[in-house]
Design a protein around this ligand. Sequence first.
Ligand code: AMP
Length: 443
Amino acid sequence: MTFAKLGLIEPLLRALQTLGYNTPTPVQAQAIPAVLAGRDLMAAAQTGTGKTAGFALPLLQRLTMEGAKVASNSVRALVLVPTRELAEQVHANIQEYAEHLPLSTYAVYGGVSINPQMMKLRRGVDLLVATPGRLLDLYRQNAVKFSQLQALVLDEADRMLDLGFSEELRDIYAALPKRRQTLLFSATFSDPIRLLAGQMLDDPLSVEVSPRNEAASTVKQWVVPVDKKRKPELFSHLLRKQRWKQVLVFAKTRNGVDQLVERLQGQGVNADGIHGDKPQATRQRALDSFKARETQILVATDVAARGLDIEDLPLVVNFDLPIVAEDYIHRIGRTGRAGSTGEAISLVCADEVQLLSAIEMLTRKTLPRHEEPDFVPEHRVPLTDATGQVLKKPKKPKKPKESGGKKSLGRWMDSGDTVAETPAVKPVRKVPVFNTGPRKRKP
Ligand code: AMP
């Protein structure tokens, strides 16, 4: 299979040749012809499958071949993404694909000044990548109009709902023309996402490139059981012993990120961290230098690492397991991308056994365990399997001596921890209820 066979025009083929994309990935092979033919699409494709090119290439082609020139303050295609980092990432990819096309593209997101974005939108933009909150701000200030909109993409839709964007999505949806093409991408397909798809899509083609909720099979995954307090030591030990080169590390809290980075830097390791407390410019700098391989270890919270796309990242380490099991799939999707192989190692303590069990249930895979000599935990991590069973009860945590009648937070949440960036309890995903009349597809 070649991109030319999928019906892409020469300027796009030329861009792909420059990028060294020779063969379409499975999601691209399915999505490109369908999107070119004007179909709505619902794709269960996780990061690393090439989904961005899967929607961007055919949309760019349609924008080039069809529709009027973009009017001032208008957009012709809109790509909604959950985070600023993903907005930057997706837009950077789109710019590469559109290099030889007479189209304008741009990305807007919060956390930076709105004025330059308003200025840029004045002339109109053919394809706009946006986070929902900032897009609504711009819309309410009349900086962007949707009357020319031909296509809408919801990228990482599950994440948008997880981050609480359902109301923004509903308001944006209400402002969009009913005649348009809609594409929905999601790493995982929960029932609320299916409901959302039912409301927003018109007779969509379903594309599922990896089995539902299955983590990338090209990623070798395992667990190292360890006592919680020895995780930093174990990390440094494995770093040295296994001669890790470039590692993306996930920690649960902002404090956790800072502490690990400080410790590593204290040991002379080239490490940096990103989390929601850091200004956007600092986060971007840290990402850029990690991507340029100038930083060896990047420690991140889930929210901050969203949209991170690094070619050939060999290793992801879960210093803490994610609280929301789906995040595990997002995390390990950073390695083993586009056919390359990768490794994902999780340092798991007894307190995390329920989180481990939830991940194994979601991925339908019992993660193999490797105990590291000298780090065998005193608090054993009970055995788990993909059926969700915890086969041996964990030891009861000791009562804290100084509790003074106060309830302990449990050993999971040290008093020094800040609140996790992912919600401590999986949020109930609110699904916007839209006023949907019958909608005609764009001819
Ligand atoms: P995505 O899933 O869209 O985040 O893409 C994952 C990575 O795969 C990105 O770095 C893309 O540049 C790369 N990629 C996408 N499609 C192809 C392809 N057909 N051949 C080679 N690399 C690709």
